[in-house]
Design a protein. Structure first.
Length: 98
């Protein structure tokens, strides 16, 4: 589904991440700032790309400010931003996302 507008999910608190998802016509671009970038930057980007693939997000700018969030938190933040960006608030198949 096409992103309709920019959306945000998460916080800048410790052990969380803030993700801003915006429409983009030029493919998928991930901008990651992380307190654990040296150790986990590549893994975080791979996780975000997997979630994008599963949600069929092909054209988006994704800005991530990670404060040491777990994978499950990063996944949840991106999914939340996605559903906000497409204005889907009901009838979300959460089981299909696991």
């Amino acid at each position: 589904m096409q992103l309709k507008h920019k959306a945000i999910a998460g916080t800048l608190e410790s052990s969380d991440a803030q993700i801003i998802l915006a429409p983009n016509d030029g493919g998928l671009h991930i901008d990651l700032t992380s307190s654990v970038y040296e150790q986990y930057g590549t893994q975080i980007k791979q996780l975000l790309q997997q979630v994008c693939h599963r949600l069929n997000i092909e054209n988006a700018n994704i800005r991530v400010v990670d404060k040491g969030a777990l994978d499950c938190t990063l996944k949840a933040r991106l999914e939340t931003a996605y559903f906000r960006a497409i204005d889907q608030k009901v009838d979300i198949n959460w089981e299909a996302l696991s």
